[in-house]
Design a protein around this ligand. Structure first.
Ligand code: NAI
Ligand code: MG
Length: 357
């Protein structure tokens, strides 16, 4: 197989601490399974870069990255130095939009050795995937302000729901549901209150469902759906949602499955016209940066999703099994403080990489 090129962007804060552990595990997996992967590091999409150059990324970022097979990303943001909307819109959101990463995929799985904040939940009870539409919906740039600074001041921001945009996200979610044993799909809606775009979303769900007769489909309004995530996380398999609803659910889901430090995500361009991006769900955690205590599992699990996307299912599976085994062992000298241990980012990363040898 030809060599696959991965662009590595650690970004800010603990992104710089968890990325080396992600790479350690990726390299161990590549050795074990004879994968030909190369890693090229980039210092942009960080607040350090911003302070030197007055922008988050160089002007030619797109041409520099678009030839890569995948982007392996840490986290971005240092709110005391650069406002969050500047750092986020100047980097991560550019990737999502210009590389048409229209699926944001987040597995939510309660693992052995990790305590759920929900009472009486055991591994096996929580195992679902959130599929978020990542390019349109409520997060549009259509709108504006009028009569600024007067009593009539107003702001409008329009939701964009296109047939193309909804259908491609739904198709991905239905296909994903087809590969899972439960064969069930839940749609997040709010067609009672949002009476134009959300009934349209529902209509497209029903239309897509006719192509997948063996998938059980249900639909909940977003308000009761969030309650059900907490009360009955065991009832979900694949959950599909618009950009805003998916944003909320894809933080709530991983939170129900324990520490945010382990949650992974993929921003996918399923057609592979552009590189997809793999990153932990967490941010740059300035509060613990510099202490070497950040949990690297979110970065490592995201790396497993990347291997899978690159066609290395067996290696991806081995990485998942490796961190599952290390977490299940719960050796307090190895696991990080968020999991109740006294280990470091590095001890946990090394323990996982060692399992792959
Ligand atoms: P955060 O995820 O960075 O931190 C939230 C809390 O979780 C903190 O107490 C932190 O210490 C803890 N935490 C996060 N990751 C952890 C890990 N791996 N191990 C152990 N504990 C961990 O979210 P916050 O504080 O809201 O944002 C901080 C910065 O990160 C902001 O600039 C924000 O914009 C940015 N951010 C970036 C994201 C990205 O790059 N995709 C996603 C979320 C936030
Ligand atoms: Mg979010």
């Amino acid at each position: 197989m030809a060599r696959q090129r991965i662009a590595v962007i650690a970004g800010d804060g603990i992104g710089q601490e968890v990325m080396p552990e992600g790479l350690r595990v990726m390299k161990a997996a590549a050795d074990r399974f004879n994968l030909s992967l190369s890693f090229e590091h980039f210092d942009f999409a960080s607040c350090d870069y911003y302070e030197q150059h007055g922008r988050m990324m160089p002007e030619d970022w797109k041409s520099r990255l678009e030839g890569f097979d995948a982007l392996y990303f840490g986290a971005v943001g240092m709110p005391e130095r650069v406002p969050d909307h500047v750092s986020l819109w100047g980097s991560l959101l550019q990737f999502r939009r210009h590389f048409d990463q229209y699926i944001n995929l987040r597995p939510c799985r309660l693992l052995q050795g990790v305590t759920s904040p929900l009472a009486n939940r055991a591994p096996g009870d929580i195992d679902f995937m959130v599929v978020r539409e990542n390019t349109e919906g409520e997060y549009s740039s259509i709108g504006g302000r009028m009569y600024e600074g007067t009593d009539r001041e107003l702001a409008i921001q329009e939701t964009v729901m296109s047939r193309h945009g909804i259908d491609r996200a739904l198709r991905f979610a239905f296909e994903l549901a087809s590969t899972r044993p439960k064969r069930s799909l839940t749609s997040a809606t709010k067609s009672n209150g949002i009476s134009i775009t959300m009934p349209y979303w529902d209509e497209r769900v029903n239309a897509m469902a006719t192509h997948y007769p063996d998938i059980t489909v249900d639909s909940f309004h977003i308000d009761i759906l969030t309650a059900r995530f907490v009360m009955h996380p065991d009832m979900f398999d694949v959950v599909v949602a618009s950009n805003l609803f998916g944003d909320i659910l894809s933080d709530l889901g991983p939170a129900c499955a324990g520490t945010i430090g382990i949650a992974p995500s993929a921003n996918l361009n399923p057609e592979r016209r552009f590189p997809s991006l793999f990153e932990p769900v967490h941010g740059s955690a300035p509060d613990i940066f510099g202490q070497n205590i950040a949990n690297p599992v979110g970065q490592i699990w995201s790396g497993a999703m990347m291997l899978d996307h690159l066609g290395h299912a067996e290696a991806a599976d081995a990485v998942v099994k490796a961190f599952e085994a290390v977490l299940a062992q719960a050796d307090s000298a190895v696991i990080t403080p968020d999991l109740g241990g006294q280990g470091t980012t590095e001890t946990l990363g090394r323990a996982i990489a060692d399992r792959l040898v």
